[in-house]
Design a protein around this ligand. Sequence first.
Ligand SMILES: NC(=O)c1ccc[n+]([C@@H]2O[C@H](COP(=O)([O-])OP(=O)(O)OC[C@H]3O[C@@H](n4cnc5c(N)ncnc54)[C@H](OP(=O)(O)O)[C@@H]3O)[C@@H](O)[C@H]2O)c1
Length: 317
Amino acid sequence: MNSFTKFADAFQRRTPELPSDTPQTATVIDGRAIAEEITSGITSEVRRMKNSIGNVPGLAVIMVGQGRDSQTYVRKKLGACEEAGIQSKISTLPDNCTEDQVLNALSCFHEDPSIHGILVQLPLPQHLDEGKILNSVQLEKDVDGFHPINMGNLAMWGREPLFLPCTPKGCIELLIRSGVEISGKKAVVIGRSNIVGLPTSLLLQRHHAIVSVVHAFTRNPEQITREADIVVAAAGVPNLVRGSWLKPGAVVLDVGTNPVKDPSCEYGHRLIGDVCYEEASRVASAITPVPGGVGPVTVAMLLLNTLESAKRAYNFT
Ligand SMILES: NC(=O)c1ccc[n+]([C@@H]2O[C@H](COP(=O)([O-])OP(=O)(O)OC[C@H]3O[C@@H](n4cnc5c(N)ncnc54)[C@H](OP(=O)(O)O)[C@@H]3O)[C@@H](O)[C@H]2O)c1
């Protein structure tokens, strides 16, 4: 079974568990509107920086291969930079490039004083050592926050990472800007990856939530999730979280972006989340849609990290 068929099957299997006339109770957390608000603040700051010191923040992207998803994500990030007045550079390497070529591209951007943030678009082809490459990103330019020192500092009390990973930072921003109290609340993070689940659980703890993590080996995910006031779903499994998994009134952030077959769409597929939206929106008090929820705010956080890095580099307050 290929991945599309798997996703399509999971999508078809979804059967509403609540009567279809149960009203939608959840407020939709509009990630696009929140991202625009954040980006507009960043744009003003970039303008202020340019007018005061004649410099703007710079972001460099290293992209290996021509994966369609990676190309789309990179295009979105670079487009957002342009809109905000952030300078961007891209190094595109072929699928079969060597690790040394990637490390050389990194070195060039490390030495470039106009670059304040570097991101290596993931996933990398299997023959490249992702850990080694991410470890080589200069700490001061690690705007994705994936360097082990940044991640380690995030995990330790009394330490401050230079950068927070963009999706987890975006999740917290969505909660705060939607007026959701985090401190003392029970949160469940579904997924424990280095880029989303793990740093999100750490960040929620920093905000004093009581955090449980659900992963592929969790025996009773529904029961654990049903206790949560805040649910962050980042498993990459379409419609995993059903309405019955949620406590009434829970706030749900759906990080998942999963393609399902849809011949009526431009590329023959569309994106759905890890949460069965139709069911969840009848149980939750607030929910992010897919697309238009966590994704745009993640991009806004990348711009924000790049701006903060440039401010640090130029000692600009
Ligand atoms: N919106 C955005 O900005 C954004 C950004 C990044 C990622 N994403 C999306 O978020 C999703 C997750 O991304 P990722 O990079 O974290 O994925 P990942 O590296 O594949 O990690 C998935 C995590 O989910 C867990 N998991 C898998 N199946 C599960 C199940 N049935 N029940 C409970 N847990 C399960 C895995 O557990 P184990 O550790 O036990 O294997 C793993 O920890 C994907 O759909 C991705 O496209 C969105």
